[in-house]
Ligand binder design. Structure first.
Ligand SMILES: Nc1ncnc2c1ncn2[C@@H]1O[C@H](COP(=O)(O)OP(=O)(O)OP(=O)(O)O)[C@@H](O)[C@H]1O
Length: 738
């Protein structure tokens, strides 16, 4: 960060550093705000009030000051702040910096774009500076960010504001060269990292030591402390010293006692500068909510883009697959503005490049929630369009917060399905001033027809569309807030058609009988008929050679497994269902006649000529949803079949005996004739050839061991009279005719 100095200069600067630190510590001690007080409530200090030491024992006030230069900060930090273009503090900075500078733990909450980054970067620099932290001291501060992009951005701010300090700083994020990081990480004083990457270093980098840590920062604290990062964060915290300063910041702060206990905060200052504010979102942000049926979402998005060709638009979709499909399809349709996409499955280098381009050029960026938090596009985003509803209000606040940052204006629009209107209530309850609008269908440009043509022309688009369809439905199915997200109310077929798909892809975890089925064109705005909620049925896996389908299927099964654990009793019912065959499964599995089937097994064909196992004919497909077989019926049918098979077996055996007897008589006659014709020397004088013939014929007749079979045949043949044989033959003939 700083150029190396000559030896003399270094001694001089060290002396002045020591003096400066002494002064700063006295100043901070002299004017520190009372614990629990809000410096914002103090009257602002006059702009020209004295700064620093006034006389031997008096120092200037800093709680209540409005400028960075009035704070007890090192010259290095003040220079960095000034040169980065910051002069007047924002509310969160005014409220939190006086507390943070005297070493207190902070839980800071302020609207998006209100300058929370400086509220923790400055205390980090000051704490290490006052501790005279040097390269050889190792890791002094860790700043955790939930995404790589945000970590990158924070690193930029640290470099800029801390450029006059001599600390070393490292950016530890996935996608970077791990081995290279490993070589340097032990020499870093400030680490900005994502939780996963930091933990990897803690686990695998030799001698990686954080035992001297001074400050831990969690940016987007509520996100870092939520279930998604729980394991990593717990493991990280267990390796950090308890005696440290901890700073937590977010626009939607956690107040969970459990979370705070996990972090072992010491009497934290809860600083929520906007608690009294009328709105939870920036006042310069205009927010709209529009009612858009699912099958018209892409038409609406396309029409929106076409109407705002001179804007920088950030579009949120619910999954990587949605983002990929919409981006690829719209790109081919050429709307007249550059399009970009960003999601977590892209390589880091590309992600960084795309963000950079989006900042520099007016364009449309299709993104997942990977860019919903913390990102500060410095030329400003004109519009945030949420095509798919956010999971919750917090997610909404962060998404719209990508526009109207600091003192700029911005606009946002959220598309809600008729079935998601509860989200509107949720937003209003949390003081979010949204304006509700119905879509102006007159200006709507339909793209579904174009998409269908595109899918026919570019075959690689079709799987993308299918995946987009499947993941969207799945994302709704997986949502926790069932009052807002109800998969049963989705117009599945219309949605599929709106993506240009010729057929609705199969959703194996969804019982389509109960999913909203409307005729094409029928309005979705009509109040829905209440539908059953317990829809999920697990079907047997179908064998497939297609790798993608296989993984989709696995995902679906995983989904059901998680549903099982989540839903308790309902889950068990689903699992039990899984054990029972359904007609569809049986039909699919049994496509060929099994030539190795046991003798006497009857092959049953259905109307279309497919073979069905006997039980399939009993599956009740029409009356019930569950296609569950009646146990008594099954047992009865089995008994009948056993009887039937017994009779047939007997008939077959009789026929066999008859044929064998005839053959034996023939043989006997033949031998007799041969004996008469040829001269034989003794009684045992059959030729080898004849012996072989006799044996052969016996092998042919006996299915069991040769000798045993032979004797059985002999016994039974003797036991049947000629009259019986005739009767049997007649019986067989008549059964063949019937
Ligand atoms: N005191 C200040 N004076 C002028 N601009 C500032 C000041 N503090 C921050 N900014 C600018 O305001 C913008 C938003 O700041 P920052 O990214 O820190 O917001 P945030 O509160 O962390 O937002 P989010 O909640 O979205 O993470 C940035 O462009 C930053 O440079």
């Amino acid at each position: 960060m700083k150029k190396p100095k000559s030896k003399q200069l270094r001694i001089q600067s060290r002396t002045s550093e020591v003096q400066e630190i002494e002064l700063l510590e006295k100043w901070i001690e002299f004017g520190k705000p009372e614990s629990g007080s809000n410096p914002l409530s103090l009257p602002p200090l006059p702009a020209k009030s004295p700064v620093g030491r006034i006389d031997e024992s008096t120092y200037s006030q800093y709680a209540g000051c409005t400028k960075f230069q009035q704070l007890p900060l090192s010259k290095n930090t003040k220079d960095g702040v000034r040169q980065s273009g910051y002069k007047i503090m924002t509310n969160i900075q005014r409220a939190s910096l006086p507390h943070a500078l005297c070493g207190r733990d902070i839980l800071g909450a302020a609207k998006t774009g209100s300058g929370k980054t400086l509220a923790f970067i400055i205390p980090v620099l000051e704490k290490l500076y006052k501790a005279r932290w040097g390269l050889e001291d190792g890791v002094g501060s860790i700043i955790l960010s939930p995404t790589r992009e945000l970590a990158n951005q924070l690193f930029g701010v640290l470099k800029s504001v801390g450029k006059h300090h001599g600390f070393s700083a490292g950016l530890l994020i996935g996608g970077n060269e791990y081995d290279e990081e490993k070589d340097h990480v032990n020499r870093m004083n400030i680490l900005i990292c994502t939780p996963g990457r930091l933990l990897k270093h803690m686990d695998t980098t030799p001698n990686f030591d954080c035992s001297q840590l001074q400050v831990l920062v969690l940016d987007e604290a509520d996100r870092i402390l939520d279930a998604g990062f729980k394991k990593e964060v717990n493991a990280i915290i267990s390796q950090l010293p308890k005696y440290r300063q901890t700073l937590l910041f977010s626009a939607t702060q956690t107040k969970s006692v459990k979370d705070l206990a996990r972090l072992s905060l010491k009497d934290p200052e809860y600083i929520a500068v906007d608690e009294e504010a009328i709105a939870a979102t920036p006042s310069r942000l205009q927010q709209k909510v529009m009612l858009v049926p699912l099958d018209q979402k892409l038409d609406m998005l396309w029409s929106f883009i076409k109407a705002h060709l001179n804007s920088r638009i950030l579009v949120f979709l619910s999954s990587c697959k949605q983002v990929r499909f919409v981006y690829e399809a719209f790109k081919k349709l050429r709307p007249g503005i550059p399009l970009k996409c960003l999601h977590g499955r892209m390589k880091q280098i590309k992600r960084t490049f795309i963000l950079q381009q989006f900042v520099e050029q007016r364009s449309v960026l299709f993104s997942t929630d990977v860019s919903s938090r913390g990102l500060d596009f410095n030329k400003g985003v004109d519009w945030v369009v949420q095509v798919d509803s956010p999971d919750d209000v917090a997610s909404y606040i962060h998404r719209v917060g990508r526009t109207a940052r600091y003192d700029s204006v911005g606009r946002s629009v959220l598309f809600l399905l008729p079935s998601e209107m509860k989200m509107l209530e949720r937003l209003q309850e949390k003081k979010i001033p949204v304006q509700f609008d119905k879509a102006n269908t007159k200006r709507l440009q339909s793209v579904s027809g174009l998409l269908a043509a595109l899918l026919a022309k570019y075959t690689d688009l079709q799987p993308l569309a299918q995946r987009a369809f499947k993941t969207y439905v799945k994302s709704i199915y997986k949502q926790k807030d069932k009052e807002v997200f109800d998969v049963t109310k989705l117009p599945i077929d219309d949605f599929s058609a709106s993506l240009g798909l010729p057929m609705t892809p199969q959703l194996r975890y969804l019982d389509r009988k109960n999913v909203d089925k409307k005729m094409p064109g029928e309005s979705n705005l009509v109040p829905e008929v209440p539908v059953k909620k317990d829809l999920i049925k697990l079907l047997r896996q179908k064998p497939t050679n297609n790798l993608f389908e296989e993984s989709e299927e696995e995902e679906e099964l995983d989904l059901l497994k998680s549903k099982e654990t989540a839903d308790g009793e309902e889950g068990k019912a689903i699992a039990a269902d899984h054990l029972l065959p359904t007609t569809r499964v049986l039909k699919k599995k049994k496509l060929k006649i099994n030539v190795h089937r046991p003798v006497g097994t009857r092959v049953v064909f259905d109307e279309e000529g497919n073979t069905l196992p006997p039980l399939a004919t009993l599956a009740d497909t029409s009356a019930t949803d569950s296609a569950v077989l009646d146990k008594d019926k099954v047992m009865k049918r089995y008994a009948e079949m056993r009887e039937d098979m017994k009779t047939r077996d007997q008939e077959d055996k009789l026929l066999d005996r008859q044929r064998r007897k005839e053959k034996r008589i023939k043989e006997k006659n033949k031998h007799k004739r041969a004996r008469d014709e040829e001269e034989v020397e003794d009684e045992d004088g059959f030729s080898d050839k004849d012996t072989r013939n006799v044996k052969k014929s016996k092998v042919y007749f006996n299915s069991d061991s040769e000798e045993e079979g032979r004797s059985k045949v002999a016994l039974k043949t003797d036991a049947i009279s000629l009259a019986e044989q005739e009767e049997l033959a007649l019986k067989l003939l008549s059964s063949m005719n019937s």
